[in-house]
Write a protein that binds this ligand. Sequence first.
Ligand SMILES: [Zn+2]
Ligand SMILES: [Zn+2]
Ligand SMILES: [Zn+2]
Length: 255
Amino acid sequence: MFKLTFLGTGTSQGVPIIGCHCEVCASADPRDSRLRTSALLSAHGLNILFDIGPDFRQQMLRTGTTRIDAILVTHAHRDHVAGLDDVRPLNYFQHGSIPVYLNQQAAHTLQHDYRYIFSPHQYPGLPEVDLHVVNSSFLIPHSSLEVLPIHALHKDLPILGYRVGEMAYITDANYLPPSELAKLLGLKLLVINALRHEKHWSHYSLPEALDIIAQLRPERAYLTHISHELGTHAAVQPSLPEGVFLAYDNLQVTI
Ligand SMILES: [Zn+2]
Ligand SMILES: [Zn+2]
Ligand SMILES: [Zn+2]
């Protein structure tokens, strides 16, 4: 069984946004409160994390997660990697480093922005992660779980989505070429980003995400990386096609 827990479903500033008093940011509905986008896949006895954003510590505490076997990074924007320093307690309790999978661009950015972690002159107490640049399918260590990277664009930035079995996780994309869409056929569960109603320069809008979903026809699709501009969960969910859902924090789905 695969269990996916949405740890965060908000865009880069989270929802509510500091200082904003719009209907969504002021909503009392917990489904309108969104930490930065991340999700935890539990499969084959492994815990696989999609992105490690600034709310990682809170997300681990909130879900009671005490072990991460692998981290699949979509790209190195801060809202997806800023929690990297907080892997330290997991290193301690797991007695070792955690493998991080990512593309060349993300590896380069992490090595630059987190130089203290990757410098050759390390001192004790640093986060321990092993970067693995991936282009094609790979196995999670000590398992038979195969992961297929999906190559997408986030404006000009090459980013990765990931397919694991019959589920796939795509965030911050605004373009998927036909060759990559072909890798997303036959899914039971598709997670894909949908920022707001209006077109955006670097993220799929809701109409664009719905168009991809209509092409791919997964059994179920969940939308994530949601801005306060999309509207309240209660207002938006009834407008979505059958089998398409707004994700929200702490939601668990199984396949
Ligand atoms: Zn983002
Ligand atoms: Zn707002
Ligand atoms: Zn981004």
